[in-house]
Write a protein that binds this ligand. Structure first.
Ligand SMILES: [Zn+2]
Length: 74
């Protein structure tokens, strides 16, 4: 009998935790829908012309490059 009560308590706690996780996941997805990612400016590589997002550009002397090799070659 003692174990049956303990088992029911454990099941209750697991269901409670699971419901909390689902609510958090739902809130997170609705936040992501409400606030879409801002578009990132693209820059053309001075060497090969490939367009690269600003956050991934390699900058050298004010010019954008797609990789370290092209930045070194100029
Ligand atoms: Zn390049």
């Amino acid at each position: 009998m003692k174990y049956a009560v303990l088992f029911m308590v454990v099941i209750g706690v697991l269901l409670f935790v699971k419901r909390g996780q689902q609510q958090r996941a739902r809130q997170k997805s609705s936040q992501m829908r409400a606030r879409p990612m801002a578009p990132e400016p693209m820059h053309a590589c001075e060497r090969c012309g490939v367009h690269v997002p600003a956050s991934r550009c390699v900058w050298k002397d004010g010019s954008a490059y797609c990789c370290d090799d092209h930045a070194r070659l100029g």
